[in-house]
Design a protein around this ligand. Structure first.
Ligand code: MG
Length: 161
């Protein structure tokens, strides 16, 4: 049996020096604002994985009302969600993501981001794909008020050991 999951996330942008995307720190003149470390891509992946296994969502697993989640490393959240999904008998097949950002250009960072996500999840880098779209200079993405990300993930029932 296979199942799919979908994740989406948005963060506001403010003045800053570094943008964290997919666990990679990209020098930029804006930063994403959020309760955790505001890694929009890892949040979308986390929600997609939990959704595929019908195991809740990132907000339920890591409520922003809990002080322990303030400034939290999104890689830790993704690892914990992935562990929960695996414990329920599911194995990640592949995931595909879109980042919505007017700037910076994501392509020069794509390979590093893929490798970092593969490392966090303990899967082959070939299972991770990523692309980016601008907002065509209109709307909250295009006017650089926000950054967004979407992810679809496929999981399959892990073989009995
Ligand atoms: Mg988020």
């Amino acid at each position: 049996m296979v199942r799919i999951g979908l994740g989406h996330d948005t963060h506001r942008l403010g003045a800053g020096e570094v943008l964290l995307i997919g666990g990679i720190r990209i020098p930029h003149d804006k930063t994403a604002i959020g309760h955790s470390d505001a890694d929009v891509l890892l949040h979308a992946i986390t929600d997609a994985l939990l959704g595929a296994a019908a195991l809740g969502d990132i907000g339920e697993m890591f409520p922003d009302s809990d002080p322990a989640n303030e400034g939290r490393d999104s890689a830790d959240m993704l690892r914990a969600a992935h562990a929960r999904v695996e414990a329920a008998g599911w194995r990640l097949v592949n995931l595909d993501c879109v980042i919505f950002a007017q700037r910076p250009k994501i392509l020069p960072h794509r390979q590093k981001i893929r490798e970092r996500i593969a490392e966090i999840l303990g899967v082959d880098v070939a299972a991770i794909w990523l692309k980016a779209k601008t907002g065509e200079h209109v709307g909250p993405i295009g006017e650089e008020f926000a950054i967004g990300a979407e992810c679809v993930v496929l999981v399959e029932q892990a073989r009995a050991k």
